[in-house]
Structure formats: C-alpha cells, structure tokens
Design a protein around this ligand. Structure first.
Ligand code: MD3
Ligand code: FE
Length: 210
C-alpha cells in the first residue's frame, strides 16, 4: 500500500524463518564490536530506544566508522547479503521494473530495539548525503508508526500499525518526511520469535566514502 508518494508498506514481507534469522543476527551485532546502547544526545538527553549500527556508526548527528561515543571500536562491516536484502525490498515495494533498483547500495544499517516503554519522537533522517530510499524492517512487537509531512513535526500525519515481518520503503517525496514511533504494543509478538520487544532494522545509503 502506498501511504504517500514513495512511501510503500508491504505487510508480512519477511517469513517467520527470515525474521528468526534476523533476530539471531541482530543479537550478534548487539554484543559487539560496538555494543548496543541508549544513544546520548548532544543536549544531554538519552534515547529510550537502544541502537546498534552496521557499516557506518550513527552518532547524533553524523556517521563515522568508529564509535567514538561508545567504546571507540570500528563498527561491524556491512555484509553483501544485506545489500541484496535491500535490493529485494525495493523490488517488492516499487516493482521489479523499478528504475535503478540494481543501483541501490545501502552501506549502513541502524538496528533499533524497543522495550514496552521505548518511543521515538518525530524527526527527519537527514544525516545521509544521499536521497536514496530508506528500507525499514519490523520484527517482534507491533508498534504505532507515525508518518508525517516534510514541513514540521505536527499534523498532518498518518498512524500506521507496523507488525512483525512488515517492510516499509521510504523514497522519493517521502524520503525526508518527519516520522516517529509513539508507542509499542507489548506482548504482541509471535512467541516463536523468542523476542520480548520490537526490533527495527533500517537500511540506508550514507553517501559517504572512507
Ligand atoms: C521515513 N526508526 O531509525 S522506521 C530511525 O521504527 C527511525 O525504529 C523508526 O526512524 C523505527 O531513524 C522508524 C521507519 C522509517 C525510517 C526511516 C525513514 C521511516 C522513515 C526515513 C525517512 C522517512
Ligand atoms: Fe528515522
């Protein structure tokens, strides 16, 4: 379903097997080389969401190769299979004939973990030097995702429930829209996932080079 121009929701895109594999992979990334943590904001705040990065490390508000704000280690490399997953996601959302899909080259993933109390305020993703789409994969508890406008944090916005296995792609006119996660619905995940909470994996092109 196209929620807005370039913003496409594909419910149930990931099989349960694929979701379980991704949970296991995220658990590995969460251990290191840079451990998952609550990101500290320059103003003194701390995010309720926990984040671990792959490929490039996001620290508000820039991407680096080493996690100077955590333990100084170099982040895990961005695997080829994750580039492939990103290309498959674009095909699923925009169609097999989607222009330039082979050229999609995500080089960074942010893995966000939400417990029942975690939230993400309305923001834009604009630290990337690329207008390439962002791919979002949801696993675990259902959440309310708020998709806003490109002008400000407030109305108009649309609330959409994101369920485990859902894919969302944000490209074109939606790439720089405000968005957030006002709440998670605890205990809604399939017990077979063995995950208490919600994982969101976003794939991005940073537009950066070493
Ligand atoms: C719309 N994550 O990591 S995913 C983020 O569920 C982030 O963890 C949320 O916002 C989460 O920055 C939302 C959906 C999403 C991600 C990136 C976008 C929506 C987007 C970039 C542009 C527009
Ligand atoms: Fe975001």
């Amino acid at each position: 379903a196209e929620v807005a121009p370039g913003a496409v929701h594909v419910p149930g895109w990931l099989s349960l097997v694929r979701q379980r594999e991704l949970v296991a992979t995220c658990r590995q990334w969460a251990r290191g080389p840079v451990p998952i943590r609550h990101t500290k904001l320059p103003g003194g705040g701390v995010m309720s969401v926990m984040t671990v990065c792959v490929g490039w490390h996001w620290q508000p508000y820039r991407y680096t190769r080493t996690a100077d704000d955590v333990n100084g280690a170099r982040v895990a490399g961005f695997p080829d299979w994750l580039v492939e997953l990103g290309r498959e996601a674009l095909s699923a959302a925009y169609g097999g004939a989607g222009a330039g899909r082979g050229a999609y080259a995500p080089d960074s993933a942010l893995v966000n973990f939400y417990d029942g109390d975690a939230r993400m305020g309305m923001h834009q993703d604009k630290d990337e030097r690329s207008g390439a789409p962002v791919v979002s994969l949801s696993i675990g508890d259902t959440c309310v995702f708020r998709f806003g406008n490109t002008e400000n944090r407030g109305r108009p916005y649309t609330d959409v429930e994101l369920v485990s296995g859902d894919l969302f792609v944000f490209g074109g006119a939606s790439r720089f829209a405000y968005h957030g996660v006002p709440r998670v619905l605890p205990g809604t995940a399939d017990p077979a996932l063995g995950l208490a909470g919600r994982l969101n994996i976003t794939l991005r092109e940073t537009g950066l080079r070493d």
